[in-house]
Design a protein around this ligand. Structure first.
Ligand code: GLN
Length: 181
């Protein structure tokens, strides 16, 4: 069986590990460069992307992660999607640039910043201070939308979701990710 790594520096990595297991896969938490060598793909969890960036730099993981993404699948949710993007706004910050999407952080505003809802295709989606994908390049395929905006996308090896499929009882995204390993 292939192994999905879950970046475990910050955020809801434990929920991802459990979601991988619910989907029938094997997951290990990754905290450093050595761990990356042992996995077939990697999940970047939700959390706080600015904090994750700081920790990635501290652990000297930013560049190894980018190189990992040139060879193996990455699935980023929420803060993880922000890390995968080409450009980030509100405010501008560094990102891995592994997917041709531009995202705006905390884009749903303060009043309704978190909610459990249904996407246009009927699947449950949990949004927590979510970003909005403001631009998706020609090579990006939209897998789900909410209020007209792409919220789950794939491009080449990678996938990104602006919601938290790991917090729903059933996650199509985790199942699909495991198939890609
Ligand atoms: N608001 C967070 C950020 O900008 C993301 C929120 C999340 O991952 N749930 O990094």
């Amino acid at each position: 069986m292939k192994t999905a790594g879950v970046l475990a520096l910050q955020g809801d990595f434990e929920a991802h590990r459990k979601a991988v297991e619910r989907a029938g896969g094997r997951a290990v938490e990754i905290r450093g460069r050595a761990g990356l060598e042992r996995v077939d793909g990697l999940i970047l969890p939700g959390g706080e992307s600015t904090t994750m960036l700081r920790l990635l730099n501290l652990e000297q993981l930013f560049e190894p992660l980018r190189e990992f993404g040139l060879r193996k699948p990455i699935f980023g949710t929420c803060a993880g999607a922000i890390l995968l993007a080409r450009a980030v706004s509100n405010p501008v910050q560094a990102s891995l640039g592994l997917m041709d999407i531009d995202v705006e952080r905390n884009a749903y505003g303060r009043q309704v910043d978190s909610r459990v809802t249904r996407l246009e295709d009927g699947q449950e989606a949990v949004f927590i201070r979510a970003p909005i994908i403001r631009r998706a390049g020609d090579g990006v395929r939209v897998l789900a939308r909410y209020q007209g905006d792409p919220v789950w996308v794939e491009e080449g090896l990678h996938m990104a979701a602006t919601f938290h499929p790991e917090l729903s009882p059933v996650s199509d995204a985790h199942r699909l990710f495991l198939e890609r390993l």
